[in-house]
Write a protein that binds this ligand. Structure first.
Ligand code: HEM
Length: 307
C-alpha cells in the first residue's frame, strides 16, 4: 500500500503546476549567467561576516517584497513602498545595490533584482547556520511600486488575530504550517521598541522577568524609544535555529504572537529538523508568490529605480 508521503509526491508530480511558479526554474541562469549565484553568495557572506544582523535584514527584505504585489523587487524602488510605515525599518538596500553592481559587471541586464533578493535571503539563512534550499529563478522586476494602502493591507501587523493571519497567508497560497514555519525567521535580527512595547506592557502571555528587562529600555509612552532595539531571539540572536519556538513556549517571545501554544510551535521547538525542512519548503512557496515572468516587467539595471 502506498504510504501517505508517496501519495503526496505522486500528487505533486501529476498536479498541474500553477502558472505563477511554472516558469520559475532553478537552472534559469545556468547558460545566461553561470556565475550569478556564486557572486551573490560571496557578497552575502561578506556582508554577514561584517555584520551578522544583515542576514536578518536581507531575509526580511525578501518577505516584504513577496507579500506586497508579489516577488517583483517593488520594495527596492526608492521613495515609494519603502516609505510606508512597516517598511521604514527595512534595511540592506545598499547591500542589494552592491550585489546588483557586481552581477551587472559579469552579465549585463540579465539577473533581476527580485531573483537577487530571493537568493540573498537563502544565502543569509545559510550564512547564519540555517537550512538551505534550491531557489527557483526567472522572476522579473516590476516597473511600478505598490501604493500605501496596498502595502498596509498586504503586510499583517503583529496585532493580527490568528484567524486573520491564516486568511492572509492562505490568500497567498501559504498554509498554517508554512505560516508557523516562516515566523521562525524571527530567530534572527532585531525589533524596535514601538513594535514590542504593547507586548511587554499589556500582554499576559509574557514571562514577567523578561518583560521587566525589556521595559527597562523601552519606555511606556508612545513616541519614545524609537531607536531602542532588542533581539527577536534573546538566546541565540545571530544563529538561525529553532530557539524562536522554544522562546515562545517559555513566554519569552519579543513580539506578540497569536499562536504561541499551537501544536506546530511545540513540534518545531522540539524538533529542529522538522522546523528546518518546513522553513525551507515555505520559503520556496513564498518565493513563488505572483512572480513576473516572460515579457512582464523588466530586468532593472539599478535595483532602486526603473530603467
Ligand atoms: C505576520 C507576519 C509577520 C509580522 C507581524 C512580523 C513583524 C515583524 C516586526 C514587527 C519586526 C521588527 C521590525 C523592527 O522593529 O525593526 C520584524 C522583524 C523581522 N522579521 Fe518579521 N514579521 C512577520 C513575518 C515575517 C516573515 C514571514 C519573515 C521572513 C520569512 C520575517 C522576518 C523578519 C526578520 C528576519 C526580522 C529582523 C530584521 C532585522 O533585524 O533587520 N518576518 N518582523
Amino acid at each position: 500500500m502506498a504510504s501517505a508521503s508517496s501519495c503526496l509526491s505522486l500528487l505533486l508530480v501529476v498536479a498541474p503546476a500553477s502558472s505563477a511558479s511554472a516558469q520559475l526554474s532553478s537552472t534559469f541562469y545556468d547558460t545566461s549567467c553561470p556565475r550569478a549565484l556564486a557572486t551573490i553568495r560571496s557578497a552575502v557572506n561578506a556582508a554577514v561576516a561584517q555584520e551578522a544582523r544583515m542576514g536578518a535584514s536581507l531575509l526580511r527584505l525578501h518577505f516584504h517584497d513577496c507579500f506586497v504585489q508579489g516577488c517583483d523587487a517593488s520594495v527596492l524602488l526608492a521613495g515609494s513602498e519603502r516609505t510606508v510605515a512597516p517598511n521604514l525599518s527595512l534595511r540592506g538596500y545598499e547591500v542589494i545595490d552592491k550585489i546588483k553592481a557586481q552581477v551587472e559587471a559579469i552579465c549585463k541586464q540579465t539577473v533581476s533584482c527580485a531573483d537577487i533578493l530571493a537568493v540573498a535571503a537563502r544565502d543569509s539563512v545559510v550564512a547564519l547556520g540555517g537550512p538551505s534550499w534550491t531557489v527557483l529563478l526567472g522572476r522579473r522586476d516590476s516597473t511600478t511600486a505598490a501604493d500605501m494602502n496596498t502595502v498596509l493591507n498586504s503586510l499583517p501587523p503583529p496585532s493580527s488575530s490568528l484567524a486573520q493571519l491564516i486568511r492572509e497567508y492562505g490568500n497567498l497560497g501559504l498554509n498554517p504550517t508554512d505560516m508557523a514555519a516562516l515566523s521562525g525567521a524571527h530567530t534572527i535580527g532585531l525589533a524596535h521598541c514601538p513594535n514590542y512595547r504593547a507586548h511587554t506592557y499589556n500582554d499576559a502571555n509574557i514571562d514577567p522577568t523578561f518583560a521587566r528587562s525589556l521595559r527597562a529600555n523601552c519606555p511606556m509612552a508612545n513616541n519614545t524609544g524609537g531607536d531602542v532595539t532588542a533581539p527577536l531571539d534573546t538566546t541565540t540572536p545571530a544563529r538561525f535555529d529553532n530557539a524562536y519556538y522554544r522562546n515562545l513556549l517559555s513566554r519569552k517571545g519579543l513580539l506578540h504572537s497569536s499562536f504561541s501554544t499551537d501544536n506546530t510551535v511545540r513540534s518545531f521547538a522540539s524538533n529542529p529538523s522538522a522546523f528546518s525542512s518546513a522553513f525551507a519548503a515555505a520559503m520556496v512557496k513564498m518565493g513563488n508568490i505572483s512572480p513576473k515572468t516572460g515579457s512582464q516587467g523588466q530586468i532593472r539595471l539599478t535595483c532602486s529605480k526603473v530603467n
